[in-house]
Design a protein around this ligand. Sequence first.
Ligand SMILES: C[S@@+](CC[C@H](N)C(=O)[O-])C[C@H]1O[C@@H](n2cnc3c(N)ncnc32)[C@H](O)[C@@H]1O
Length: 297
Amino acid sequence: MRSVDLIHQPVLLKETLGYLAPSPGETFVDATVGAAGHARAIAGRLGDKGTLIGIDRDATWLPGARETLRDAGCRVRMVQGNFSDLKEILEQLNVSGIDGLLMDLGLSSMQLETGERGFSFSRDGPLDMRMDMETGHPASHYLQHLSEKSITSILQKYGEERFARRIARAIAQARKKQPIATTSDLVNVIMRAVPHRRWRIHPATRVFQALRIYVNRELERLENALKDVEDIMNPGARIAVISFHSLEDRIVKRTFREKKSAGVFEILTRKPVTASDEEKKLNPRSRSAKLRAARKT
Ligand SMILES: C[S@@+](CC[C@H](N)C(=O)[O-])C[C@H]1O[C@@H](n2cnc3c(N)ncnc32)[C@H](O)[C@@H]1O
């Protein structure tokens, strides 16, 4: 692994800061703190009376994030946890209301680039895909034990994969001979199952996305986190969510609209904000990013 691979560039940073508008003395939560790229910029605006709470379900990067925020200039609290438990996490920290919340969904570059985590079809490693290695089962477990029908529906629902049926059948056949234990095992099964043609994206892209979303229950966690999020937001507090695929963005859009109808939120982004051409060139991860922001009324 080259060290340059492990650099994570925060996506839509300027735009996110614009909507979140952190100011001195405020309390902010970065619920997906990762490498603390966004968090560092937010913390720098909170001043010595402000507080930044960083949360991530993946414990691996928290020490690095803590180090990055060491001279942030505000109070910093770091917690390993899931943003769907935000209310409980804040209760434990004795925080009754926050002024800003950021959720930058999906994976960091470091998670993707680390082969042992099994997130990337282009890196060989155990087929794990859990963001929190202490919870749940690795992806290989599900591929071994779920029915062919369930695998088909996971690939359709979370990957919108055209060849879901074929791929699920190939998985069911392959696992009879030998468990699908590594990312390469799975890539080989997929490559044998899908028709040969010119690919616009790698044939394993959607399958890996679908399994990751399923293994980490990503959509359920997002729905849970947003459900009553206004309860922990002070009046006037801002929320920004950056998503990387349409399934997530749909949840954010729908929830914000419901809260607007209920008179709880004012939506700050009429349309989702996307990266500039320049950012897309510099950071390929930003190409699919969509930012939505709202303010509690
Ligand atoms: C795109 S990265 C965030 C990068 C960060 N904004 C930065 O600038 O370094 C997403 C992070 O969210 C974390 N994550 C994903 N789902 C989560 C959840 N339900 N609860 C807490 N953290 C989560 C991942 O482990 C990952 O570290």
